[in-house]
Design a protein around this ligand. Sequence first.
Ligand code: NDP
Length: 280
Amino acid sequence: MAIIINGKKIANEILENLKEKTAKLDKKPGLAVILANDNDSSKVYVSSKEKHSLYLGFKSCIYRFDKKVTQGELIKAIHELNENPNINGILVQLPLFEHLNANEIIEVINPKKDVDGFHPINVGKLNSNLNPWAVCCTPKGIIKLLKKYNIKIAGKNIVIVGRSNIVGKPLATLLTSEDATVTLAHSKTKNLKSITKEADILISATGHAKLIKANMVKKGAVVIDVGITKQPSGKLVGDVDFEKVKNIASYITPVPGGVGPMTIACLMENTYELYLKQNQ
Ligand code: NDP
């Protein structure tokens, strides 16, 4: 049976370490989160970000906007945060209300405060191996998990299912920089099973519950499950048929308790690191 990768434990180690380092600072790192959406999951994610920031001793500012907010008002709020010396990281919780243009709003964030690493300048830097101000949190967390468990990346065949700008694409870039051979699959990929079966490391980020079945996984593969789907019962499940795949994989992440806690820990780490870079 596979070793269960304990993302919660590793995330807690990162958080405790950040808490200790933050206690020694004169001024505290500041994270601003913009919520312009009334979706329940987004509200839960934003509250969790606030709770973690406060636990670490960061300054946390949540800006909640209702449906009447205009593109111009959000852009103005971001300009103010860009100028605010107490704010080191700015995060726009996605998705936004449908009438808003998320790409345009993210471009307004000062790249030096772009804590999610979504600004085109940071995406370009990542793709050019030019040290972005911040690296997207979920991909960063996945690389940390693999390294913490001494899972070799160089030379491995890695298949990522899902090509979003926030998970699949930046993760493919990071893993390619770590000398893996990466295949990026998506909803138009033909014969997905024949591709996933070749993976030494299989990472799924689709939001499609139980997409990855046991017969799609090579024996001994490492399986990383990014997906989160809330079932009608309220239970959270991943993209991977965990109960069956754990008998085939060598390592596997659970949902919850795998990648999710690492994403939030990396967000906190990014805030801290931006603070240091802005105060050098
Ligand atoms: P998106 O909807 O932006 O992207 C989903 C990707 O999966 C797309 O590339 C899509 O293909 C692909 N896809 C969907 N269905 C299939 C399928 N049947 N076969 C193959 N590929 C498929 O989602 P996100 O990247 O934002 O999030 C993905 C999942 O990860 C969600 O469940 C989300 O909640 C979760 N998530 C978890 C995080 C964590 O910290 N654990 C952080 C971020 C996200 P196409 O491009 O062709 O449409």
